[in-house]
Design a protein around this ligand. Structure first.
Ligand SMILES: [Zn+2]
Length: 199
């Protein structure tokens, strides 16, 4: 596809192909969870419905971190949970998640980290890096050492900075812009928020 960054590996192309073949890659005019508008939307939950795909993505991410003595994988709910669990399972380590409580990312459900615990943060898609940064801050605040962050897709074109080493299976360079800068809005095309109840 045209949004695809050419220098990526064959594996990245396979990742995108799995999204496309499972109907998880939409083209049109979309409102992302970050609030930004984009002509492309990745519905990760649809790709991850196929447990074989989730396992394949999880393995590819896990392989990248086998030498890092990861003790725990942590993901922001809900989007990161399926892939985070798969990565943790394949690394043979425990899995926890963070979630929002009154807007703030928190560790709930009795989840704890110990001082210096080596944590890998895993998300489905990184767009601005916001939820990964919040998850890292929550874990660090609880005493953990966040070693790295990973995602299936990086749709920041590699630009998102989360303050730790970062890895993605595939990197996309697609416009994600504020409403005021959106060409599709200017053309009067209605924007939709995929997966929202209003559809
Ligand atoms: Zn728009």
């Amino acid at each position: 596809m045209s949004h695809f960054i050419d220098q990526e590996t064959m594996r990245a192309e396979e990742v995108i192909e799995k999204f496309r073949s499972s109907g998880a890659l939409l083209e049109g005019h979309f409102i992302l969870s970050s609030g930004l508008h984009s002509p492309l939307y990745l519905q990760c939950a649809i790709a991850l419905e196929a447990t074989t795909i989730a396992a394949a993505f999880g393995l590819a991410i896990a392989d990248e971190f086998r030498g890092d003595r990861i003790e725990t994988v942590a993901s922001p709910a809900i989007g990161g949970i399926v892939i985070g669990y798969e990565v943790a399972r394949q690394l043979g380590v425990r899995f926890i998640w963070t979630e929002r409580e009154e807007g703030r990312m928190t560790l709930r459900r009795g989840f704890q980290v110990h001082e210096g615990e080596r944590v890998l943060v895993v998300e489905d898609v990184i767009t601005t890096g916001g939820s990964t940064r919040e998850t890292i801050a929550t874990l660090t605040g609880a005493g953990a050492q966040v070693v790295a962050a990973a995602s299936i897709i990086d749709r920041s074109g590699g630009k998102a900075d989360v303050g730790v080493r970062r890895f993605s299976l595939a990197t996309l360079d697609v416009p994600a812009v504020e409403t005021t800068a959106c060409e599709l809005c200017r053309q009067g095309q209605p924007a939709i928020k995929p997966g929202s109840r209003k559809q």
